[in-house]
Unconditional design. Structure first.
Ligand SMILES: Nc1ncnc2c1ncn2[C@@H]1O[C@H](COP(=O)(O)OP(=O)(O)OP(=O)(O)O)[C@@H](O)[C@H]1O
Ligand SMILES: [Mg+2]
Length: 260
């Protein structure tokens, strides 16, 4: 199986703090890879290195065999990497559909930005772009709420809309930063099916950060564990669950706990 992502010896230092410490990760095409670890372990910082928010102090990032280490965030989106954020970042005063439209690569080309912000008969403009975005809304279960303002959606649905927005950029690799945070059991089951559909039906790759161990263990093909910026383990879910170093990193928290 070929690699979609290959990170070699990535380090991110903030002053005296080494948030990511000499980490190497390979994600194979088609797999759901999860990144777990205690609070402050460096998981989100690792995503920020992949998306270009930070340039690594050291190391190299290859995406589909191309060196993207020095590319800007928007260039990485164009290459096919998109993400959701740990804290929801939507355009709260735009509708559900509009939140996807602004992320769609063809939106500018079709002059839709103008129509969105001018609110001029957007829905009448049944372009391919609108159709693409409506298909995504269907998939994430928000088609019936396409005209609802994002701010009016319940929290769990806002999280789904974040995933939809990430899909609207037509990525190859989707980075999900704690997509299940704040969701109830039923919402998490739906999220789990959605993630599986994104990989199996849309053939996209998922790199997932999640604290809910039951969720992670059931959905992941492989799991990588960070602690204090260091990759301390990597393996199949059952291997990770029984790894002594991993259990110790979670001591006092309980690796099977459902956490925020
Ligand atoms: N821009 C920054 N400047 C300084 N320190 C930072 C910065 N970003 C992150 N850190 C620090 O790096 C460490 C790793 O943070 P990070 O957010 O990556 O952890 P995390 O594994 O995502 O944790 P959580 O599970 O709580 O989201 C923390 O000590 C954090 O305070
Ligand atoms: Mg984080």
């Amino acid at each position: 199986m070929s690699a979609i992502l290959k990170v070699s010896n990535a380090t991110m230092q903030f002053g005296g703090l080494v948030a990511v410490d000499d980490v190497s990760v390979v994600q194979r095409e088609g797999e759901i890879l999860s990144l777990i670890g205690p609070n402050g372990a460096g998981k989100t910082t690792f995503f920020n290195l992949l998306t270009g928010v930070y340039k690594p102090t050291k190391g190299q990032i290859l995406f589909l065999d191309e060196d993207i280490t020095n590319l800007k965030p928007y260039e990485r989106v164009e290459k096919g990497i998109s993400r959701t954020f740990q804290n929801i970042r939507l355009f709260s005063e735009l509708t559900t559909l509009e939140n996807l439209l602004v992320a769609h690569p063809d939106c500018n080309r079709e002059g839709l930005i103008e129509s969105i912000f001018g609110r001029s008969k957007l829905i009448a403009k049944r372009s391919k772009v609108v159709e693409d975005c409506e298909n995504i809304l269907e998939m994430i279960g928000l088609k019936d709420q396409e005209l609802e303002l994002a701010t009016n959606l319940p929290y769990g649905k806002q999280r789904l809309l974040e995933i939809g927005r990430a899909l609207a950029t037509n990525p190859r690799l989707v980075l999900l930063d704690e997509p299940g945070a704040g969701m109830n059991g039923l919402e998490k089951e739906e999220l789990s099916s959605l993630i599986i559909n994104i990989t199996k039906k849309l053939n996209k790759n998922i790199l997932l950060i999640e604290h809910d161990m039951k969720f992670v263990m059931s959905i992941s093909d492989r799991i990588i564990v960070f602690d204090h910026g260091v990759k301390i383990a990597e393996g199949l879910p059952e291997e990770i669950q029984n790894n002594q170093q991993v259990i110790e990193a979670y001591l006092g928290r309980g690796i099977t706990d459902d956490e925020e």
